[in-house]
Design a protein around this ligand. Sequence first.
Ligand code: ASN
Length: 311
Amino acid sequence: MEVEKVLDAKMDHVKSEKVISAVKIGSDIRYYLSGFMRKQGYVEVPPVIISPLTDPLNHPVFDPVIDYYGEKYSLTKSMIFHKQIMVQSFGSIFTFSPNIRMEEAERSSTGRHLSEFTQLDVEKRGASRDEIMSMVEEMITGLFDYIKHEDTELLSRLGRDLHIPGKPFERIKYLDAERQYGKNFESILSKKKTEPFWIIDIPLHQREFYDRESDIDSEILVDMDLVYPEGFGEAISGGEREYKLEKIKERIHKKGQTEDQFRWFIEFAKRGLEPSAGFGIGIERLTRYVCGFKRIEDTHPFPKVPGEFSL
Ligand code: ASN
């Protein structure tokens, strides 16, 4: 590695007009989202960075584990289980959660993956998927409106004409989309659409064990993804959660995972979990969409690009 070359490139990046504008817009995005969640009655909880318990995810990533006094800690991939546990006492929570997902190098070609990112992670006890989706629609339209007014100058310098979508957002069932457009439907639809849309009712094998099965069809989950238009791809994933102990164990086994891996979550479930629903929205992806950037790394002064050396 040529140190001088690396430093030059990093300095150019940190000082670039594009990155500076995006970081300012990102800051306003966080400000708005935080105020929005508070107004909805949600409590901001602190993030969890290391824990023996973290999201298994549904795709392979490198998995750094810290050995500390004989206990093994993972870096948080998402706070899904901590959210489910915290809503038991707080009711409605949000947090700006730093996530580490050491993605394989190929992922950098999507322009929307970073190995370190922040998601606004939200969960509400007793909520239905519909309730959460309506709130997200309010949040997204309110945010775009705010940014258009607050950052008019910056957006115009970036040449971005941010469109405020109509409500409710379109809802498309996963299997219908797949039937019509094939396996690659998400990217095809994202390029075709001019407003964000929902993909709902995701098949069981496509997602982690923690989202709840539909009462009508146990192969389908009561969950959802929000997808950005103009080819920007996935924005949000979320859903109603599985909360019954026996069901949680059954779903872990179906995934070929072990109860031992999720021992602490199972212990909490034994003491009783109430139903909840929620979602996570990646802040850098959201900033990328708002700015209209081709690549996510331009939203961050120190982006962790999959497979590349990053400071
Ligand atoms: N935060 C997401 C959720 O609430 C989970 C994830 O990040 N994989 O469903």
